[in-house]
Design a protein around this ligand. Structure first.
Ligand code: SF4
Ligand code: SF4
Length: 101
């Protein structure tokens, strides 16, 4: 699943630079997560980095964007290719890793 930021966000600014997918941005009032870019940090880290740093614990999973681990890996690969990562094509061609959960 992608994650989401609830209205408990205090706009402390610490999560946005931690996101490896540039999925976090400032919204009209509070920060928000673009579900098309959030991989739960799959492909980059073992745990969601935004959740690690949020001081008020306001970043739960988004039940409106349920995804399997394989789907999150696929999203990561698409993002890598779109970003022009020279390893993107190789990443895309690689085997799917075993789901961790
Ligand atoms: Fe970004 Fe990872 Fe947080 Fe998703 S879980 S918004 S990819 S830092
Ligand atoms: Fe909001 Fe938490 Fe991000 Fe701070 S770390 S801006 S409180 S979501």
């Amino acid at each position: 699943m992608a994650l989401l930021i609830t209205d408990e966000c205090i706009n402390c600014d610490v999560c946005e630079p931690e996101c490896p997918n540039q999925a976090i941005s400032m919204g009209p009032e509070i920060y928000r997560i673009d579900p098309s870019r959030c991989t739960e940090c799959v492909g980059h880290f073992d745990t969601p980095q935004c959740v690690q740093v949020c001081p008020v614990n306001c970043i739960p999973v988004d039940p409106g964007h349920a995804e399997t681990n394989a789907q999150l890996w696929a999203k990561y690969r698409v993002l890598q290719i779109a970003a022009g990562n020279p390893l993107g094509e190789a990443i895309a061609a690689g085997p799917l890793p075993a789901p961790s959960s």
